[in-house]
Design a protein around this ligand. Structure first.
Ligand SMILES: [Zn+2]
Length: 427
């Protein structure tokens, strides 16, 4: 297919610069100018755009290329909102869309306006080239991902499920990385479920000069110490067996055999094989000479797909071994995953191999969550992948300072998505 990739890249860079210049910091979000910006681009190509909004300033945008109906749809999803910035810690204006040293700088370049523009270009190419489609191809830009999606994906899926119906979806949740001369792609096939807990102890208050046996602070600290010193058992969920095979480990290995493997020393890898608990908050006491009557902690737990929340909680209580410790769920929802062997996964793998010959593609379970969880509830298979290679140090600028995207091979990201679309609509 005859595509002038240089021109496509120039167009993509210009779009991304303009998109970055529209601040959609959430809170408060106010994604409307961003949705208008995307609408103008799509409408200029003669396409029809629909918006659905929980509130007027926060629309969700959908644009559809009709397929022949013989297969179910494919959604290209991104969120328009971004996280806040501390401008004093940036070396450029975070919403300036500046190009410097081979990068486009700005909040949202990696998370995730960049992928939104790569998807847009693949979508426009499909339209411009009149690629025959068996499936509807649906470009979707949602609001409010960064604070949980209640006015974005979650709202859209709950209120307009018919507009969100598709067999497959491409989203954030995986990336291409370069580190120490190696490179590869992590394709997100699942996400752990957050389980945010508050635990507290109540006890007698008193003067600090006379120690009390039932001091709430002491009981809480002891319970937390027991949690911290309890090792969570190693689990191998089915999705991770494919990962193991790809890194040269027998996929049928048992948790016992895998325990102690060197790769588990890396916390992000270990997190894919364990339910995890992070102590994220502690509060008690107002004055140095007063024993407070209450001590409280918050725990950020992340459960693997298939883990049972009530079993996890009972185990936690058993480990804390103190009846006086109270526990409540602040928020939680289930982990979700999609199989790493569907037609879309295989097409994505093949498209990556075509654009980056021989590169490793590994299915991963993300410790965080994205909007994909909302669409998986509708039965859609969702995969997370930003199809460009980025140095590991640069990847960590997402949500940090000096967020930036390398421009070197930006067009390859568009090629991968376009090639995946083509393959998913082939005979
Ligand atoms: Zn994001």
């Amino acid at each position: 297919m005859d595509v002038s990739w240089d021109k496509v890249k120039t167009e993509a860079v210009k779009f991304l610069q303009d998109y970055i210049r529209i601040s959609t910091v959430n809170p408060p979000g106010r994604e409307k100018p961003a949705a208008d910006f995307l609408s103008h681009i799509l409408e200029a190509e003669g396409l029809e755009v629909e918006t659905y909004a929980a509130e007027p300033e926060r629309p969700n945008l959908i644009c559809r290329l009709k397929g022949d109906g013989s297969r179910k749809g494919l959604i290209l999803l991104h969120h328009m909102d971004v996280v806040p910035v501390e401008p004093e810690n940036w070396s450029v204006e975070p919403f300036g869309g500046e190009i410097k040293d081979g990068f486009l700088w700005g909040r949202g370049t990696l998370d995730m306006k960049g992928l939104g523009i790569l998807e847009l270009m693949a979508f426009l190419l499909t339209h411009r080239l009149s690629l025959p489609l068996k499936r509807d191809l649906i470009y979707m830009a949602v609001a409010d991902e960064e604070t949980g999606g209640r006015q974005g994906a979650e709202w859209l899926v709950n209120n307009h499920p018919d507009k969100c119906e598709a067999e497959y979806l491409l989203n954030e949740g995986g990336m291409g990385w370069i580190a120490n001369g190696l490179s590869g792609f992590f394709c997100g096939v699942g996400e752990k479920g957050p389980l945010w807990l508050r635990i507290w102890v109540e006890g007698p208050a008193g003067h600090g000069s006379v120690p009390l046996e039932d001091n709430a602070c002491v009981r809480l600290v002891n319970a937390l110490t027991r949690i911290a010193s309890h090792e969570q058992p190693l689990r191998i969920v089915p999705e991770m067996r494919v990962y193991l095979a790809k890194v040269g480990i027998d996929p049928d290995t048992s948790p016992n055999e895998l325990a102690g493997h060197g790769m588990l020393a890396l916390p992000p890898i270990a997190a894919m094989f364990h339910n995890t608990i992070s102590l994220t908050g502690l509060s008690a006491g107002q004055k140095v000479n007063v024993i407070p009557s209450r001590a409280e902690a918050t725990l950020d737990c992340r459960l693997l797909p298939g883990a049972d929340e009530s079993n996890f909680m009972s185990e936690l209580k058993r480990v804390m071994a103190d009846d006086k410790v109270q526990i409540e769920v602040i928020e939680g929802f289930e982990a979700s995953s999609s199989p790493p062997d569907t037609e879309m996964y295989l097409c994505l793998e093949a498209a990556l191999d075509e654009c980056y010959p021989g590169i490793a593609v590994l299915p991963t379970i993300s410790p965080g969550f994205t909007d994909s969880r909302c669409f998986r509830k509708l039965g859609c298979h969702c995969y997370g992948l930003s199809p460009i290679l980025v140095e590991r140090d640069i990847l960590s600028t997402a949500h940090g300072h000096d967020e930036r995207i390398p421009l070197d091979d930006l067009e390859k990201g568009i090629m991968v998505i376009f090639e995946m679309i083509r393959r998913l609509n082939a005979e």
